[in-house]
Design a protein around this ligand. Sequence first.
Ligand code: MTE
Ligand code: MO
Length: 199
Amino acid sequence: MGIVSPGFHGRPRGREVELPPGQYLVEDFPVLSAGPTPRVPLDRWEFSVTTESGTTHRWSWPELMALPSERMTVDLHCVTRWSKLRTRWQGVSLDTLLAGVETAADFVLADSYGGYTTNLPLQDLRNGQAWIAYGYDGKDLSAEHGGPARLLVPHLYLWKSAKWVRGLRLLTRDEPGFWESAGYHDYGDPWREQRYQGD
Ligand SMILES: Nc1nc2c(c(=O)[nH]1)N[C@H]1C(S)=C(S)[C@@H](COP(=O)(O)O)O[C@H]1N2
Ligand SMILES: [Mo]
């Protein structure tokens, strides 16, 4: 997978346009968590996808590790205005996980260990745009950044990338998650500066 960030497609290459409007560059990796960091032992960890008809597909940790993984370099954009460019990750593409899932749903509510939720259109998880990421910068993803595994959807503001992800609910109707219920934008495209409802 890409050495070039999905966010670059169709944009000029100049350094000055690497940042979406209203963002500034950071070199460190800030931690933003709405609550305590959940610690889930790997032998009890599971990731699930539940369809609109109630069918649940489950992966244990060894099952996730057995799937083909990708290494990707992507830019991160937080709605609190920091951006971190060219971060290096490893994980399983949602295309791989969704390949055997039969669904007609258009929406997803991602659930995390600890109770965090965030919603997004199912099509934003397809076609090489999203991963269940478990490696960061050549190491296991740390707990503070969402380890053992987090959703990574870098083309949307980073609140959509649910840390400690536990499962996806596929829904026929859009349902707001934690920040979306608190006034943040339903979709959250950083290039269109969709920070809050009405943007
Ligand atoms: N489970 C969970 N996922 C979460 C959050 C959270 O509080 N809980 N915060 C979100 C927000 S607002 C941001 S900016 C990023 C921060 O990721 P980081 O702490 O790895 O920088 O995680 C997102 N995913
Ligand atoms: Mo954020």
